[in-house]
Ligand binder design. Sequence first.
Ligand SMILES: [Zn+2]
Length: 405
Amino acid sequence: MKLEKYSIGVGDRFVHQAKAQLAACMCAERRGVTVVPVWNKSNREHITIGSEPGSTRKAVDAAVRELDWKHSYYVDADHIDLNTVDRFLEPCDFFTIDVASSIGRPPEDGAAEALLGRHPELMDGSRAEALSVARKYLLAVREAGRIYRKIASLKGAGNFVTEVSMDETDAPQTPSELLLILAAIADERIPVQTIAPKFTGRFNKGVDYVGDVAQFEKEFADDVSVITQAVNRYGLPGNLKLSVHSGSDKFSLYAPIRRVITKSNAGVHLKTAGTTWLEELIGLADAGPEGLALAKEIYGAAYDHREELCAPYGAVIDIDPARLPPPDEVRGWNAEQFAGALRHDPKNPLFNPSVRQLLHVGYKIAAKMGERYTDLLDSCEAAISKNVTENLYARHIVPLFLGAA
Ligand SMILES: [Zn+2]
């Protein structure tokens, strides 16, 4: 199973938008560019919603049949580890092995020295520096090996795509650290097809990149050439590419990433941050009074529970409490005001990134509503799917993969 050059990870929290998301890939297809969809949903999301990974597989297969999509597509066990992988084994064919929590745990004496003995090319700086990098990442890569082998023993090697992710950690990985990580991954015989390092700057959920864009572009280009080196030197899969997590809404990065991958003929996997659910809210607001009322009710509850909702996401959101309008005020908004505050259009003066980020982490509220929420998704499908497709296609796929409006 060989992942294509261009792929986009899409999240569908309430398993209602697979068709609308696939429609965005079909728009690209009509313009001659194949971008294959990967449906990602993490264990945390499944727990919050109370869903099983098999439900994503079912929805995705149905959407592919209905729209007659001719290319590949995947279901991603997103950010799994040895403890959480089990229920993803059957329905998934893409595994994002998350070993960030093992970064920094020191390996046994001599292990880092042995790695450098096998790979003297990793000592382009000082030996002490290379040793400390090896000590930092060696156990994390070995853990990835254990998880990979568990999946392979049950699914059979070659029957799934392997991603290794190290993005959910404090410090970004430099290009030379990435080379060492890839050398260690090759030693573990993990046929990694995508790797998700932590890049420089902030990748907040559902909003644009915060950081030095020129610096990002340079690092991204260096990472791409590290990957080429690693493929040639260590025999890793030839389609190995970078995976950008929390990649949705990083509007200021799409042109730089596109420049780099075009110039180097590289691929990229853009994993979006589950923002499709926000398009559901925008669609509800657009659909009529009943949808708008429910969307406002969700905002009110999210506002009241903002501290507990935000707590697990502290490192990846940046909400200004002073910019959150009280629910009483929002109750008086019309559809245009609600959709305008939420829709990620930086040129619209109504756009409110704090409202957007609060609602992004507020999907728990809708999950608790159960069928009250999902029934309305069904009855407002037309307005919602239009927003879902348009957001994915026009704001993400076009600037990154097609390069023109
Ligand atoms: Zn991630």
